[in-house]
Ligand binder design. Structure first.
Ligand code: ATP
Ligand code: MG
Length: 424
C-alpha cells in the first residue's frame, strides 16, 4: 500500500466533533458585530506579494520570514495572506469604499504564516478581523474595545485582561525612537541577532521580541509616555474614561507596541494566562497612516483581529458545554419497507419540528446494530419502525438517555408526542 499523505505541518483539520464549538464561536461573534452595524467583507486569500511588503513592511517577522510566497504560472509573485488588514484596505480602496464615508467592516478566514508550530501558533490559523475607516476620534477606538468586551461575554469567556497603550503620532515616536536606540546601544551585548539588525531599521519592534534572554533588558527600557503630545494624551484619556463609565477594566501597558510606522495612537490586546506563552487572543490598534502608504488619500483607520484557535482552546477550558454534537432523534428502521417509510416519516417530522436534529438509519443493519449507532449519535430518543409497527400503524419511541420505558404510539400521534417530549 502506498504511504498515506498527511496534512502540512502546522495546518490542522477541524473534525466534526470540534466544529460545533467553532460554529458557536463564529456565530456568536457575527451576531455581536451585526448588533453594532458592522458589515462583512470577503477578500481572496491570495494577494500580490507587493501588497504585504508595502503594508506590513519589509522589516518585520512576517515579511522577512513568515510569508508563503510563490510565483504563479504567469510569473507574478503572490502571497497567501498572513493577515487581513492589508487585503481589506486594498479592497476598500479598489471599490471606492473610503471616499467621503465611514466604514465598519469585518471579515473572517484563514491566515498563513510560516512560524514554528506550537500550542496556539500554527501555519494556517483563523482570524476574525474588524476594520473601520474614516473616523479619526477616540470614540470609534472605544467602540471597538466595547465590542470585544461584549464578544467575550457572549462567548462565556471570563477573566481576559485588556491591555491598552498609545504609540503617539509618528513624530512623537521619532523622538522616542532616538532615546530607545541609545538605550539599546548601551545594552548591545544582550541584543540577539534579529534585534541587532532592527536597531537601525525598526527599533520599536525589538520591544516586541519574545526572546527570554532579552526580557530583563526590555523591561527596563524607556517608555514612550514622556514624548506624548496633548492630543495623543487626550485621545487615550477619552478611551479610558469611556471604558471606566462602561465598566470595562483595563491596564495601561506602556510596553505594548506595534513596530509599524503606520500605527498611530491606540493599541490594545486582550490576554489570558491560561494558554501559556501564546496568551494574546485579540490585538488591535489605530493605523491612520496605512491607506496613504498604499497609495490612497489619508484615511483614519482602526481595527482589531482575534485568533480563533486560541479562543477555541480557551472555550474548551472555560465553557466546554457551549456546543454539543448530539442529535435529538435517531430513526431505527428495520427492513426495506421501514427504510422507505422511515425516510418519509422523518420528512414529516422535520416539517413539523425544523429545530430538531433527526437522523435516519441508512444502510440497514440489525436492530441491535442500529441501536448502537443511535447511541453513538448522542440522540436522546430512538424512534423504531419495523414490519410489525408498519402493519399496526404505530411507532415505538425509546428514550436513550434515561431509564424511562419505551412507549408505542399511533403513527398519527407521533408528532404530538415528540413535541411534548423533545421539542417542548
Ligand atoms: P503573536 O505576538 O502571538 O505572534 P501577532 O502580534 O503576530 O501575535 P497579530 O498579527 O496581531 O498577531 O494577529 C492577531 C491575533 O491572531 C493574535 O493575537 C493571535 O491571537 C492570532 N495569531 C497570530 N499569529 C498566529 C498563529 N501563528 N497561530 C495562531 N494564532 C495566531
Ligand atoms: Mg507573530
Amino acid at each position: 500500500m502506498a504511504k498515506s499523505i498527511q496534512a502540512i505541518r502546522g495546518m490542522h483539520d477541524v473534525l466534526p466533533q470540534q466544529s460545533p464549538l467553532w460554529q458557536f464561536l463564529e456565530s456568536r461573534v457575527a451576531a455581536v458585530l451585526a448588533s453594532y452595524g458592522y458589515r462583512e467583507i470577503r477578500m481572496p486569500v491570495l494577494e500580490m506579494t507587493e501588497l504585504f511588503k508595502r503594508s506590513i513592511g519589509e522589516v518585520t517577522d512576517i515579511v522577512e520570514k513568515e510569508m508563503y510566497t510563490f510565483d504563479d504560472r504567469n510569473g507574478d509573485s503572490l502571497t497567501l495572506r498572513p493577515e487581513g488588514t492589508a487585503g481589506c484596505v486594498r479592497a476598500a480602496m479598489e471599490h471606492g469604499l473610503l471616499h467621503n464615508q465611514t466604514q465598519r467592516l469585518w471579515y473572517q478566514g484563514p491566515m498563513f504564516r510560516h512560524e514554528r508550530p506550537q500550542k496556539g501558533r500554527y501555519r494556517q490559523f483563523q482570524q476574525i478581523g474588524v476594520e473601520t475607516f474614516g473616523m479619526p476620534g477616540p470614540d470609534i477606538d472605544a467602540e471597538l474595545i466595547l465590542i470585544t468586551a461584549r464578544i467575550w461575554q457572549a462567548l462565556g469567556i471570563p477573566g481576559l485582561q485588556l491591555q491598552l497603550n498609545t504609540l503617539g503620532t509618528p513624530s512623537e515616536r521619532a523622538a522616542y525612537r532616538d532615546e530607545l536606540v541609545a538605550y539599546f546601544e548601551a545594552h548591545a551585548e544582550v541584543l540577539d541577532e534579529d534585534s541587532q539588525r532592527r536597531l537601525r531599521s525598526n527599533p520599536l519592534r525589538i520591544l516586541d521580541s519574545k526572546n527570554p534572554a532579552m526580557r530583563e533588558m526590555l523591561d527596563a527600557a524607556p517608555v514612550l509616555t514622556s514624548h506624548l503630545g496633548d492630543e495623543s494624551r487626550s485621545h487615550l484619556t477619552f478611551i479610558c474614561n469611556a471604558l471606566d463609565l462602561a465598566g470595562v477594566a483595563y491596564v495601561i501597558n506602556p510596553r505594548l507596541v506595534r513596530g509599524l510606522d503606520y500605527y498611530a495612537r491606540t493599541v490594545f490586546e486582550w490576554v489570558t494566562d491560561r494558554l501559556g506563552a501564546q496568551g494574546t487572543v485579540c490585538a488591535g490598534g489605530r493605523y491612520d497612516g496605512l491607506v496613504e502608504q498604499l497609495g490612497g488619500r489619508p484615511v483614519p483607520a482602526v481595527g482589531f483581529a482575534m485568533g480563533l484557535e486560541r479562543l477555541i482552546a480557551l472555550l474548551e477550558e472555560v465553557n466546554p458545554g457551549a456546543a454539543t454534537t448530539a442529535s435529538d432523534l435517531y430513526l431505527v428502521l428495520v427492513g426495506d419497507a421501514a427504510a422507505r417509510e422511515g425516510l418519509v416519516l422523518a420528512e414529516q417530522l422535520r416539517d413539523a419540528m425544523p429545530q430538531l436534529e433527526i437522523v435516519c438509519n441508512c444502510g440497514g443493519g440489525s436492530l441491535k446494530a442500529q441501536f448502537k449507532r443511535a447511541d453513538r449519535s448522542g440522540a436522546r430518543f430512538a424512534l423504531v419502525l419495523g414490519d410489525s409497527e408498519i402493519e399496526a400503524g404505530t411507532v415505538a419511541l425509546k428514550p436513550l438517555r434515561s431509564d424511562d420505558s419505551q412507549v408505542v404510539v399511533a403513527r398519527e400521534s407521533v408528532i404530538g408526542i415528540l413535541k411534548e417530549r423533545i421539542a417542548g
